[in-house]
Design a binder for this molecule. Structure first.
Ligand SMILES: Cc1ncc(COP(=O)(O)O)c(C=O)c1O
Length: 501
């Protein structure tokens, strides 16, 4: 097939093939093992001179994809924090590349721009954020944190009479950035990308791993006054699902010159249920917020949202213009100038469709189901004599470890790490380990719209079954601790072991 034009007539057949295979894949996903049984078998390793045409290429791809794909869109993938795609979101997302809109401005696509405007307005409503805030769709929470913190950096520069976007950071003092032990690695990455120095973030928690220490925060803010300071508050710690106290942080910030950015990648969904909305109390008084779509909103990868109180800051941080790109009035936000990307996929289609399809009540129902399921797992952990829960379940993450009687404390980290590998190899359920409070633990997170009781019941059952087997094997090999278990204290550093998604 020497030229795509000669393939023109195969387009409909190629789309049908993809749809047929995708439907078959998804029809089996509720029951399929999460870990693919096949390897990653993709035939050609060198670029072919002569192509095979769309249908042959698609068939090859489908074979490899069905064999090799992790069933992360399914109901028993509890690793990291990964949602699936609701029927409405997935179908709308399929349309997105077919329409292939560039969501830069109203000239490139009025449809995509308007849909982004409406989607962001609905999301603000869902999370209880003021309608007047500006916002932009990003590729995920990393870039949403980046956008929120870029707005913060602009504010911080202007407080000192500097236009950072025009003139850079040269000559300015280092920025004081305060957070807690819950700060996510992606927020640190955003700080690094902004040239502010990842290692400059001060973690103000009593033990270095947990919730913000408000007394320490008050005292640092007092000491630094009137220096402008940026605070990153965390709504949903990846290891435990716990929250920094946003209302108290914002109240302290308001007494000084401080910008509060909230990383609510998944935790912002606490706002959706009256049973958990207290966890994000005070959110509407923050300055910027980042949240993910491909987690609890259950839109397909990739999608995230940044919201900023003062509409000027996103535009100031990301504005760019050229004569050929034209101008827009104030009522028509140029989304390509409110975030890092200019040419952008129309991610709003999936967001609009899922919110239109299920509404506020549908999301509340799903989130509350997940909260119940997380508590159910916590009860099973508590009832098991060989499991230990390490943190309260305030949201959708259950932090626990295998702790069978007779295994000394100093061998538990290695045992749990080995067990983590076994759980992933087994593939019935899927979640790995992290390091929390200096211990190797599991932290399954429940966010997928498909997940039901029978799925979460496999969490405890699988860990206990594989755990017992791991201990038996260690005993059989005559050197229980030493054979299968590395010495205690050999855990990788907490940061390296933290889940990244
Ligand atoms: C609290 C938190 N913030 C930010 C992120 C980064 O999100 P993404 O990987 O979608 O960019 C995550 C991902 O797990 C997260 O849990």
């Amino acid at each position: 097939m020497p030229d795509p034009l000669l393939d023109h007539s195969n387009l409909a057949a190629a789309l049908d093939l993809a749809a047929r295979e995708a439907k078959a894949y998804l029809a089996g996903i509720d029951a399929a093992p999460v870990r693919p049984r096949g390897g990653v078998e993709v035939s050609e390793t060198t670029l072919p001179d002569e192509g095979v045409g769309s249908l042959a290429a698609l068939s090859e791809l489908v074979d490899a994809a069905v064999e090799g794909s992790t069933r992360s869109a399914g109901p028993r993938f509890f690793h990291f924090v990964m949602g699936g795609g609701t029927p409405a979101a997935l179908a709308a997302d399929w349309l997105t590349p077919a329409l292939d809109q560039s969501a830069y401005n109203w000239v490139s696509s009025a449809f995509a721009s308007r849909l982004e405007q409406i989607s962001l307005a609905w999301l603000k409503d869902l999370f209880g954020l003021p309608a007047a805030w500006s916002g932009v769709i990003t590729t995920g929470a990393t870039m949403a944190n980046f956008a929120g913190l870029a707005a913060a950096r602009r504010w911080w520069g202007l407080q000192q009479g500097a236009d950072v976007e025009a003139d850079g950071l040269t000559g300015l003092p280092p920025m004081t950035i305060l957070s807690s032990g819950y700060v996510h690695v992606s927020a640190l990455k955003a700080v690094a990308m902004l040239g502010l120095g990842r290692d400059r973030v001060l973690k103000l928690s009593r033990d270095g791993v947990g919730r913000i220490d408000l007394e320490a925060l008050a005292s640092v803010l007092r000491e630094r006054d009137p220096e402008p300071v940026v605070i990153i508050a965390n709504a949903g710690d990846v290891n435990t699902g716990d929250f920094d106290p946003i209302a108290e942080i914002v109240a302290l910030a308001r007494k000084h010159r401080a910008w509060v950015h909230v990383d609510g990648a998944f935790g912002l969904f606490a706002a959706v249920s009256p049973t958990t909305s207290h966890l994000v109390e005070g959110l509407e008084h923050a300055d910027s917020v980042g949240v993910d779509g491909h987690k609890w909103l259950n839109v397909p990868y990739d999608s995230g949202y940044a919201f900023v109180r003062d509409p000027d800051y996103l535009g100031g941080a990301f504005g760019a213009s050229a004569a050929y790109l034209g101008r827009e009035g104030a009522m028509r936000p140029v989304f390509g100038n409110l975030g890092p990307e200019m040419s952008r996929r129309a991610r709003s289609l999936a967001v609009w469709a899922t919110l239109r399809a299920y509404g506020r009540d549908g999301y509340r129902s799903m989130v509350e189901r997940h909260l119940r399921l997380a508590r159910r797992v916590a009860e099973q952990v508590d009832a098991a004599p060989d499991l230990e829960r390490l943190a309260d379940v305030s949201l959708n993450v259950i932090c626990f470890r295998y702790r069978p009687p007779g295994v000394p404390e100093e061998q538990l980290d290695a045992l749990n790490r080995r067990l983590g590998d076994l759980v992933l190899e087994d593939g019935r359920v899927y979640f790995g380990t992290t390091v929390y409070d200096g211990k190797v633990v599991f932290r399954p997170a429940i966010v997928n719209w498909r997940t039901r009781e029978e799925d979460v019941d496999l969490i405890v059952a699988t860990v206990r079954e594989l755990g017992a087997r791991a201990v038996d094997q260690a005993v059989a090999s005559q050197a229980p601790a030493q054979a299968s278990v590395e010495p205690a204290g050999a855990a990788e550093p907490a940061e390296a072991a933290e889940p990244q998604r």
